[in-house]
Design a protein around this ligand. Structure first.
Ligand SMILES: [Zn+2]
Length: 441
């Protein structure tokens, strides 16, 4: 393989792809589909496209194996979140290269991974590598708004696109590095928390703001929210999370990882527990969380409204029963005049085992990418399309060969999102070699 050439090609394709504005809403993924389809066509790879709504494009292409083993779905989402130009130092859709970095919305989340998958596929096709698994390149719409027009639509309406597949690979995962670490930490996502969005509504008589009484709708709602936030839901340490912290403890420099080797026991110590929970990311990994995100009362400050509502972004751990969580919320707020509704269809978290052939190949790939890396499975606190494909019966993982310091991965959904050219060049090699190991005949 001409790795340098493939690296250059990866950078050039990603530059053009970042220039296609697929901000969701509205998504306009059709333009991204056109771009990808043209590249595949040039290489003699047939693709099929489908729109799940006006402008909401989805695409699939397949490199055939001999059918002796199940296929691997390489999926990415075409859409990106909006970028507020006022806070960027470059045009977020200008694909600027500066100081060894390529800037743009989607540089990490996740057009870059989509391009690694694409170029790896092209490399295997050109080299006429015999495959024992089909490799299925899948680009979908709408991940950033819940995937109704993307992964969920494909799983429901284009089941044949996934035919014969055993595995799925997508975001996020990474090799985390930086001064905090003694050795790099590789993360492969095996599961993710799922949202259970709640709406709380209090109702009462309306009135004049000059003559309030204790049980106006907003007052009732505020007291209910106060009780919910004060209630302590029991923490739950899943075996995968325990393993992650044991590995993290070994990777951290200095004394920072002290107590992580046996997290269950350490969390019994109030001092350790307080320190641990002071990191919101860690706190979210061991319990189902409730974030009050939207509040609505009156349209006018001197009118007591007949209704007040709050939206709560609840995120459940694998193993949580949504009905039980809702019942727990009702008990915590302890007021049957505050209505609790779930605003989307109920979901349950799912999980793929960290001992499959593919998982091992991913861990090996990270080992080649970052020598000395300690690899651990992670239950992501954020939602990805892998949840959908696990629901279709596949083992799905979040994998990326990018080596990123915290300062880099924090830019996801933030300002000046960027990826280093080194990551792109080494990343396409790592991705291609991983596919060769897992699917090469
Ligand atoms: Zn993403």
């Amino acid at each position: 393989m001409d790795w340098d050439g493939l690296g250059e090609e990866t950078i050039e394709i990603l530059r053009s792809y970042l220039g296609v504005d697929t901000t969701n809403p509205p998504g306009n993924e059709r333009e991204g589909v056109r771009f990808l389809a043209a590249i595949l066509e040039r290489e003699g790879i047939a693709s099929e496209t489908a729109e799940s709504g006006p402008g909401r494009g989805n695409l699939v292409a397949r490199l055939l194996g001999d059918g002796s083993l199940g296929g691997v779905v390489l999926h990415h989402h075409i859409d990106v979140v909006y970028a507020d130009r006022r806070y960027w130092s470059v045009d977020p859709f200008g694909a600027v290269i500066r100081d060894g970095y390529l800037y743009g919305r989607g540089a990490l989340d996740m057009k870059s991974i989509g391009v690694l998958q694409l170029v790896a596929l092209l490399a295997l096709k050109r080299a006429r590598v015999p495959l024992k698994r089909d490799l299925i390149f899948l680009a979908t719409a709408d991940e950033e708004a819940g995937s109704r027009f993307g992964a969920q639509w494909v799983a429901a309406e284009r089941r044949e696109w996934l035919a014969g597949a055993e595995y799925a690979l997508s975001e996020f995962g990474l090799v985390d590095t930086g001064p905090r670490y003694r050795v790099p930490l590789g993360l492969i996502e095996v599961s993710e928390k799922v949202p259970l969005p709640l709406r709380l509504t209090a109702r009462s008589a309306p009135g004049h703001g000059s003559m309030p009484w204790p049980d106006t709708a907003p007052h009732r709602l505020i007291r209910a929210l106060g009780r919910l936030l004060a209630a302590e839901r029991k923490l739950r340490l899943l075996p995968e999370t325990q393993e992650l912290f044991a590995r993290l403890g070994g990777a951290l420099a200095g004394g920072e990882g002290r107590g992580y080797e046996d997290l269950a026991r350490s969390l019994e110590d109030p001092g350790f527990r307080a320190r641990f929970f002071a990191t919101p990311h860690y706190a979210a990994m061991v319990r189902t969380t409730f974030a009050v995100t939207r509040l609505k009362g009156s349209e006018k400050s001197n009118v007591i409204p007949p209704e007040a509502t709050a939206e709560v972004d609840c995120r459940m751990l694998p193993g949580d029963d949504p009905e039980e969580v809702v019942a727990w919320v009702r008990r915590a707020i302890d007021d049957d005049r505050v209505e609790v509704e779930v605003t989307t269809p109920l979901k349950r978290a799912n999980l793929s085992p960290p001992d499959t052939e593919l998982y091992k190949a991913l861990a090996d790939a990270l080992g080649r990418r970052a020598p000395g890396v300690v690899v651990a499975p992670q239950i992501s606190v954020a939602f990805t399309d892998n949840w959908v494909f696990r629901g279709s019966g596949l083992h799905a993982y979040g994998f990326s060969p990018f080596v990123l310091a915290e300062e880099e991965w924090r830019r996801v959904h933030g300002n000046d999102e960027r990826v280093s050219l080194e990551n792109l060049c080494a990343g396409v090699r790592a991705y291609t070699e991983m596919l060769l190991a897992v699917a090469g005949a």
